[in-house]
Design a protein around this ligand. Structure first.
Ligand SMILES: O=C(O)c1ccccc1N[C@@H]1O[C@H](COP(=O)(O)O)[C@@H](O)[C@H]1O
Length: 217
């Protein structure tokens, strides 16, 4: 597509404060993530996520992130928070991910050699709305601020995919121009500490993404 016509989607993940959610909406971010993974320093309780959900503007996705949470817990969080997208980072299979009746993104761990091919991903997760390539190793948490070798991203997925892992306002322009993802996902790169976002970093991240959208190689 011609530069300027495609708008790279932006998700800011690991929200813990309603004010950060409100600002992200005003900046034109497409999705905000609430983390329910057990060991995450950004984990929120369902009540906190619900308060942030209520701070969201229309046309912004509420993404609930899980990592091997029990099915009953996922169901209860969905009932409470009403996310529009789910994101799975653990060993969940397609049948588990799609059992909630909410579209889901499947995270793919790119932190070690031998990441799955596009064919394996398509076959293993036929119900996924899209994929998210992150830099952690299988079984470990994301949100580490590490990036991975972007040349290893499978190219023939036939579905939207997001680039994640170590993105910042300084490198997101290069990341988008080099990989042309459907969207980008950031947590630590716009934070002052885990879960505490910085307004200026969020604004610069959005600006750099829009600059990349207008840039032709
Ligand atoms: O952020 C977390 O704490 C987290 C925990 C468990 C699974 C995933 C997690 N975060 C995801 O990782 C990406 C990239 O983070 P970063 O930008 O490198 O800090 C983040 O956007 C979340 O989707």
């Amino acid at each position: 597509m011609k530069p300027g016509f495609f708008r790279t989607r932006i998700k800011i993940c690991g929200m813990t404060r309603p004010g950060d959610v409100r600002l992200a909406s005003e900046l034109g971010v497409d999705g905000v993530g609430f983390i329910f993974a057990r060991r995450s320093p950004r984990r929120v309780e369902p009540e906190e996520a619900r308060a942030m959900r209520n701070a969201m503007a229309p046309f912004v996705d509420a993404v609930a992130l899980f990592m091997d949470n029990p099915q009953a817990e996922v169901r209860e969080i969905i009932r409470h928070v009403r996310p529009t997208l789910l994101q799975f980072h653990g060993s969940e299979e397609d049948s588990f991910c799609r059992s909630f009746g909410v579209p889901y993104l499947r995270s793919v761990a790119m932190g070690e050699p031998g990441a799955p091919s596009d064919q394996v991903l398509r076959t293993r997760y036929p119900g996924a709305a899209g994929f998210l390539f992150d830099s952690h190793v299988p079984g470990e948490q994301g949100g580490t601020g590490q990036r991975f070798d972007w040349s290893r991203i499978p190219r023939d997925l036939g579905k939207p995919w997001l680039l994640a892992g170590g993105l910042t306002p300084e490198n997101v322009f290069e990341a988008i121009c080099g990989t042309r993802p459907w969207g980008v996902d950031v947590a630590s790169g716009v934070e002052v500490e885990p879960g505490v976002k910085d307004g200026d970093l969020m604004r610069r991240f959005v600006e750099e993404t829009r600059r990349a959208d207008c840039h032709s190689e």
